[in-house]
Design a protein around this ligand. Structure first.
Ligand code: GAF
Length: 386
């Protein structure tokens, strides 16, 4: 974290020729359970992780927005007068999309001053840990302060989601930004995506001697293309055919009727969402009553549902999950939107090295690209850094 603060401060000063007015940061997230349930008005249980995006901002006296980062040679410049989704592209669509989206949630973009921003991050890109929500949330909290907007964090989550939907073009839900904005150390966020009511629940991993291992398959994915949008469309079709506003309105008791009404593929998409909502609630209850060692079977069941019913896994994710379980993880599943990215393995601390070695060896035997394995901890959400 200190390294990032230094790079961002130095990067800002050398690109823009003055010291920044302030630094803000926001974490990536990992989803413990509750996949593709957010845009179905359902339940999710993610946590903010100890990998962050840091942004350094300075206000300008004109209407110019200048965006620079450690990961792109070129800086991007745009006037506030031209700020519209159709004028945004590439990585700068994330920060500039947030500035635009704030205008849709009450900021008067005719009156606010321009800004310079420099961005750096240690959230891996394309690994399913929401590097995108980390940028959006860091920029959202920074501009909320600098433009004195007084928006609350649930609204800022909506701002980030709108930026991603309209400026980036990915039809994603509200989970990632909510985790990045509402997360707290050693806890996960139990979020009802219909009401946006959130409860922060201690994970108790340390006391149980457990750690959450990320297995980044390095199969990269993008939610602005193909599979994610088609899964979302299937869910909406299923809800329409069953006469409900969203799949959140169904329980497992409705699945017999769904079987009669839906074609096989739509039925399986619906069954994933309905059973996943149930698994999220069961996970939260089990965690509270019996601690984290008791949630492994729910993680495993979630993976099978995504592999077989929602069909968003890939061979690398299945191998990661199976091998981690075989080497001693107490539960494992792919996490995030799917079609690549990362799996998680809830693992006793003493077995982290063994699981890491087993997964690395299994990938080599299958001829897959070497995976990246690392432990994450639940961290605090977005905020001012200095
Ligand atoms: C991605 C999306 F951004 C989230 O909104 C969510 O739908 C997730 O995939 C799947 O659970 O991270």
């Amino acid at each position: 974290m200190n390294d990032l603060i230094t790079t961002v401060t130095d990067g800002f000063t050398s690109r823009f020729g003055a010291a920044p007015a302030g630094l803000w940061s926001a974490p990536g997230r990992v989803n413990l359970i509750g996949e593709h349930t957010d845009y179905n008005d359902g339940f999710v249980f993610p946590f903010a992780i100890n990998r962050r995006t840091v942004v350094a901002f300075g206000l300008r006296s004109d209407r110019l927005l200048r965006v620079a980062s450690s990961f792109a040679e070129e800086s991007v410049e745009l006037s506030l007068d031209d700020l519209a989704p159709e004028n945004l592209a590439g990585w700068s669509a994330y920060p500039l999309g947030v500035a635009w989206a704030l205008g849709q949630f009450g900021a008067d973009l005719a009156l606010v001053p321009g800004f310079d921003v420099f961005i750096d991050s240690d959230v891996p890109i394309g690994a399913g840990l929401s590097s995108s929500a980390a940028i959006e949330s860091a920029v959202a909290v920074a501009l909320n302060d600098l433009w004195q907007l007084g928006l609350d964090r649930r609204v800022l989550a909506r701002v980030g989601q709108l930026a991603e939907n309209r400026a980036v073009g990915a039809p994603t839900g509200i989970m990632d930004q909510s985790a990045s904005l509402l997360g707290e150390a050693d806890s996960a966020v139990f979020l009802d995506c219909r009401t946006l009511e959130a409860e922060v629940i201690p994970l108790g991993f340390d006391a149980a001697g457990l750690e959450l291992l990320i297995i980044d398959t390095r199969v990269s994915h993008a939610h602005s293309t193909g599979g994610y949008a088609s899964r979302r469309a299937s869910c909406e079709r299923g809800a329409r055919m069953l006469g409900v506003t969203s799949l959140r309105d169904l329980t497992v008791d409705d699945l017999d009727r769904a079987l009669d009404v839906l074609d096989d593929e739509t039925f399986r998409r619906v069954r994933h969402v309905v059973t996943e909502n149930r698994r999220v609630q069961d996970t939260v209850r089990t965690l509270r009553e019996h601690g984290p060692t008791a949630i492994g079977a729910l993680l495993d069941a979630s993976h099978l549902s995504m592999r077989d019913d929602f069909e968003i896994s890939v061979p690398e994710l299945d191998l990661a999950v199976d091998t981690a379980r075989g080497a001693g993880a107490i539960g494992a599943r792919m996490t995030g939107g799917g079609f690549g990215g990362a799996a998680i393995a809830l693992t006793p601390s003493a077995l982290i090295a063994a699981v890491t070695a087993a997964v690395t060896a299994a990938f080599a035997v299958r001829g897959f690209t070497a995976p990246d394995l690392f432990v994450v901890r639940a961290a605090d959400g977005a905020g001012r850094q200095q």
